[in-house]
Write a protein that binds this ligand. Sequence first.
Ligand code: SDX
Length: 434
Amino acid sequence: MENKTQQAGTAQLTINGKTIDLPVLKGSIGPDVVDIRTLYKQAGVFTFDPGFTSTASCESQITYIDGDEGTLLYRGYSIDDLADNASFMEVAYLLLNGELPTQDEYAEFDTTIRNHTMLHDQVDHFFRGYRRDAHPMAVMVGTVGALSAFYHDSTDINDARAREISAYRMIAKMPTIAARAYKYSVGQPFVWPQNDLDYSSNFLRMCFAVPTEPYKVSKTLARAMDKIFILHADHEQNASTSTVRLSGSSGANPFACIAAGIASLWGPAHGGANEAALNMLEQIGSVDRIPEFIAKAKDKNDPFRLMGFGHRVYKNYDPRAKVMREACHEVLDELGVKNDPTLAVAMELEKIALSDEYFVEKKLYPNIDFYSGITLRAMGFPTEMFTVLFALARTVGWIAQWQEMIADPSQKIGRPRQVFTGAEKRGYVAFDKR
Ligand code: SDX
């Protein structure tokens, strides 16, 4: 990766009677940044930004979000363009390599991924060790982390070929692991991947085929699955991607870094929101109970939040939510699901919230997690599997960001500081003096 920021000017900071100059850098689009790398050396102070609301942690050329416009670009291509026209494997190639693949490049990449979907036979023993009722995200964290115990030949992060092989292995094997986590939870036998199936069809078959009868993948559901994977593939420096980058900055192997990303994604404020949003819609149960929950969401003393609403960056509609809502209707129509009560609650809740001054003033719009749960449940996935599917798709983004971080010449180990408000130095006090 070549650093491409340009100096756009200089910021002056006067502190403790000293004025220092800090370079202002600009990228290709988006806000300029104040380069504070020499701040502590020049002025002996740190910046303070818990939650990183005003902090750019890195330079990246992968994904761009404009929260006010509601724009999401993968390597410059808008998310709705890609969702309407590309396959998930095309988008994976784009995120990893920076350009849409030619026919030949696509054929080679797709074939490589199809030929790496099998797991080492002994990995299956891991699943036998979990309780059947374990949350599938716990299974994902444990099993993906364990992959570094099986693929020693691709954990040398300083070897470009090893990085490429581990990238292909991660992307190819995540559907197999995710499907096994589901099969194990329902007590059904594992289904091996088929190399003659595309990525999403293969995944649906590994989840829903049973040995007792043939399984025909619905093209509409496979296309909807592909679209859902595209929507979840990457999202600049969100919590789980930042976790992967920070883990990778110490030189940890890619399997361990992706396992760390899965752990972070699991939280209900992040990737766990799709599971939490569906549980919330089912808890509301009917349209007439919506006002009760809207009041809870507004009550400062009530920790309840409308899951699937709000976003750190999008202060306008999440562009993925729009595409997700279309995919939701396509799936429900394909499956002949009429009058889904949860969908009725979701659509009425969205309508009410978008006209309620509390949500308008706080710029709280539905995010991608608001409609994904309804869609995935209709496709046959249990609620606990929703974040697993998010992790499956986001693995492509995590890998692309991890590769970019390693190739970044300005990259150093991530090591933030703090503002300390604890006890100052004091002497030990013997027991009989306390
Ligand atoms: C994802 O970062 C990413 O890009 C993530 C993601 C990705 O692709 O990687 O997009 C995926 O994680 C989407 C977000 C899924 N999470 C949820 O749907 C959970 C519900 N949403 C909230 O927890 C919240 O909106 C966050 C966590 C998403 C964003 O929180 P912020 O930016 O830290 O905002 P905040 O908590 O400071 O809230 C600002 C105000 C607060 O009120 P005040 O203190 O200013 O009075 O808005 C309120 C909040 O109380 N608020 C909500 C709310 N979200 C924020 N009130 C009710 N319901 C909500 N959902």
